[in-house]
Write a protein that binds this ligand. Structure first.
Ligand code: CTP
Ligand code: ZN
Length: 156
């Protein structure tokens, strides 16, 4: 967006000098993203906006983390709850790189196994799945081998 007036109107959360801006998060999953990326434990400055208007998502959320940069493996953990998220890497106030999230090959935690008899639903064990199919999602449980399909997915 090059129009400076429009850009200012869009900037509902202050610009940052260094760090990562995670944009286009579905508003209802903002706090899950914070928890998955363990941003509740960081000492870096975080600003966020929720329920912002978005052309694509209806209501979106945005998170700005100063002085922190993420590995692809970490960022891909949010793919299941924020599939259209865009990461903007900021250096000296400029966007120097844009990255999208990708569904990983393995999903650890985050999702519940669909099988009520699965050990992960009955004991304190973290779920773990192999991704059989990305769109629509199909996750094979490492423990009971049952497949959880996208329409059955429940986020923990
Ligand atoms: N941003 C920021 N601090 C900066 C530069 C950018 O917080 N110093 C934020 C912007 O507010 C925006 C995001 O980073 O939310 C991406 O910036 P930019 O690419 O300039 O915006 P758009 O062109 O609107 O990006 P896109 O259409 O890719 O979402
Ligand atoms: Zn299972």
């Amino acid at each position: 967006m090059n129009d400076p007036i429009k850009k200012k109107l869009k900037l509902k959360v202050s610009a940052i000098s260094e760090g990562t801006v995670i944009d286009h998060i579905p508003a209802e999953n903002l706090f899950k993203v914070i928890s998955i990326l363990e941003l509740d434990k960081t000492h870096n400055m975080i600003t966020f906006g929720a329920n912002l208007d978005s052309d694509k998502l209806g209501r979106k959320a945005i998170i700005k983390v100063s002085n922190q940069f993420f590995e692809d493996d970490d960022i891909n953990r949010i793919a299941l709850i924020a599939p259209h998220a865009k990461l903007n890497i900021i250096r000296d106030y400029e966007v120097v790189e844009k990255r999208i999230v990708e569904v990983p090959e393995q999903v650890v935690g985050i999702v519940k196994c669909f099988n009520p008899k699965c050990i992960t639903n009955n004991e304190a064990i973290t779920t773990s799945f192999t991704v059989l199919h990305k769109e629509p999602l199909a996750l094979k449980c490492k423990y009971c081998e049952k497949i959880t399909h996208e329409h059955q997915m429940v986020i923990k």
